[in-house]
Structure formats: structure tokens, C-alpha cells
Design a protein around this ligand. Sequence first.
Ligand SMILES: [Zn+2]
Length: 316
Amino acid sequence: MITLQMYREYLGDYLKKYHNISDLKSFFKCLNPEHKDNHPSMMYTHKYNICKCFACGANYNIFSLIAQDYHLTDFKDQLNKLKELYLGYVPKIEEYQEIDEPLKDYTNYYELCFKNRFKTNYLETRGIHEPLLQKYHIGFDENKKRMIFPINKNCYFARNVEGKEKYKSKGKSDIWNRKVLENSTEKTIIYVTESIIDALSIEEVAPELLTVSINGVGNIMNIVKILNDVNYKGTVIIAFDKDAAGVTASQNLKEELVKNHIQVFENSLITSFEDAKDLNESLILNREKLQKNVKYFSQNYKEYIEKTKKSKDVLL
Ligand SMILES: [Zn+2]
């Protein structure tokens, strides 16, 4: 059995891997976000499995650091995250609570919610507007106060407009917008995001781009399987969040795609890193800037792929 003490031993490795601290015997920059540490003042002590700042007094063990990095207040969630990172343990649907209802055909429910979409301005406040609500038939459940994102007729994702809770109905949970992965050519470029709202944020500033969302970093293998199933021939741009979880997931997905001979680039596309940790925050913060960034990179990827395809044709 693994004891809590054994888990605490992971701190040193976690600092190296997820905070890029290469030398654990020297001071490093304080991890307390409140402390602007210009002269590195934090030190790791293996004996106690903690790191402590000698300027501001902040100290962390593996659990309190994971709590901070992943915004997890529950100890159980912190432990699950640690297991996920170190023991290959992946909770099935990472961020979503499963709705306790039997498998249903939600077609009529989607229609009703879609009609009620004007009864909330939730997505508007997040920079997502009517054309995308129409495109994806996104609606609002007035009674439960949830935005409803249909995945297929038996399955949807939902999020509370007041709290942060996310839900998933029963049913086969495909990734968001999986249909764009079908009928690909060598010129197809797909942007993969963590959350649906991030995918919509890309489409807000560049409606011509094809996006999918994996609905939580725990679902990486899901998209790898689908890409194989549909014999995907194009390129994948991984546009995950710029936090520890996103960066790790991005690297893992990239490795899997390379193994499967799928051309892949990692690019969060996020602007203003200091203030925005995901694409939607970028959109809310500065729409024009995000648009410029997305257009710049997407144009470059397009040209690069056309060029490499042409030279391949010449070689053949
Ligand atoms: Zn400090």
C-alpha cells in the first residue's frame, strides 16, 4: 500500500518536472503567486518534503502545491491529481460530474433549451455570440440554470451559469465537434482545445478554423483513438491551457500523435500570458489581440503545410 508519506516524497520530482527547477540544492523563485520574488528565496528540503520561502515564509508540500497549481481545494482531488501524474491513473471524466439519469434521447430538450438561449447572457459575458450558439445549437436550461452543449442526441455537456460546476449526461461522450475530423485530407488543420468554451473562443475570432475540444485533459486517449478510427490525414494543433496541467497534457498528446504518425504542433495561441491562462480569458481580455495572434499562426501553419505538401509531391 502507498502511504501518504510516500506520496509526499514526490515533491522533489514534481518541482523538477512541473516547475522546471533543475537544481533542487539551490534557491529558486518563490512559488507563492503573491510574492514577486526577484532574488530566488525558496528552498526545497528533502528531509521534510517541503519547500519554503525565506523571504515571505510561504511553504508547500506536494499536496498544497498541487492544490495551488490545479485550483483543487479538496484533498481527495489533490490526491487523484497526484496519482494521475505519477501512477498513470486517469479519472474517467476529469472535470465533469455525471448526471444521474438513464440514457435518453435529448432532441426535444435541446430544442427547448435552444429556444431559451436568450434568457441568459452567460456566453455573451464570455465573448461567445449568437452565430456560434446557432451553429452548435447551444441552449439554456432555465430550471437548472445550465448552459447545454449538445454532443449528440444522447449526450451533452453542461455548465452552471452561476457556479463553476460542469456536468455530463449519460451516453457515449464523444469529443466536442468530432465530425470535423472525418473526411480529412493532408491539408486539413484541426485545433484541439481543452474545453468547449476555448474551442468556441477560437471560432469567435477565426470562424473559418476547425476546432474540437477534448472536454478535460483526462480525455487525451479518447481523441487519439478517434483520429485513428477516422484515419485522420491532416495536421493537429494542440492549443491547451498554459498551466501545469495543460502543458503536461499537451506534451502527452503530442507524443501519442507522433507515435501514430500524425503531424502535430503545440501552440496555446493564448495572448497576455500573465493575465490569461486559457483561450477564453484571452478573448475576454483582448479580442483583437487574440484574433491577430490566431490569424497570424493559422496563416503560417497553412502556408507551411501547403509548401511541405508541394515539395512532397515533387519528390513523388
Ligand atoms: Zn516567497
